[in-house]
Design a protein around this ligand. Structure first.
Ligand SMILES: NC(=O)c1ccc[n+]([C@@H]2O[C@H](COP(=O)([O-])OP(=O)(O)OC[C@H]3O[C@@H](n4cnc5c(N)ncnc54)[C@H](O)[C@@H]3O)[C@@H](O)[C@H]2O)c1
Length: 94
């Protein structure tokens, strides 16, 4: 499946990207470099489609999301620090 991970160069996002790649999914990473760093995905550069974009640019984001199959929904359990990734198939349509 094709996924979009916004904030994919950040702390949590980069782990989600690596998890999805390990499951052989195609991943588009959207980040504006506000706090993210390409170094968080060292070794994975060739495997991702990186889009430098501010998610407030809604039209551009919508275009990218419409070309994806789903987006990961992350639930963080603060007590155990487990990160659970649930694959949804929602698309942004409005
Ligand atoms: N080593 C560590 O333990 C460590 C390291 C970093 C962060 N943390 C913790 O992790 C938590 C934060 O992690 P996170 O992944 O939520 O935050 P993050 O800041 O690491 O990631 C957010 C990402 O979203 C991007 N972003 C922000 N606004 C954007 C926009 N408008 N458009 C596009 N991209 C945008 C940023 O550039 C960044 O890459 C904090 O609690 C922090 O203390 C821990």
């Amino acid at each position: 499946m094709k996924f979009v991970v916004t904030g994919g160069l950040g702390f949590i996002g980069s782990y989600i990207v690596k998890h999805l790649l390990s499951k052989d999914h195609q991943v588009t990473v959207v980040d504006n470099f506000w706090r993210g760093r390409l170094e968080n995905l060292t070794g994975f550069e060739e495997k991702i489609n990186f889009q430098k974009l501010d998610i407030l640019d809604f039209d551009a984001l919508k275009e990218i999301l419409n070309d994806s199959d789903g987006r990961p929904f992350v639930k963080v359990n603060k007590l155990s620090l487990n990160i659970e990734i649930e694959i949804t198939n929602e698309k942004l349509t409005n």
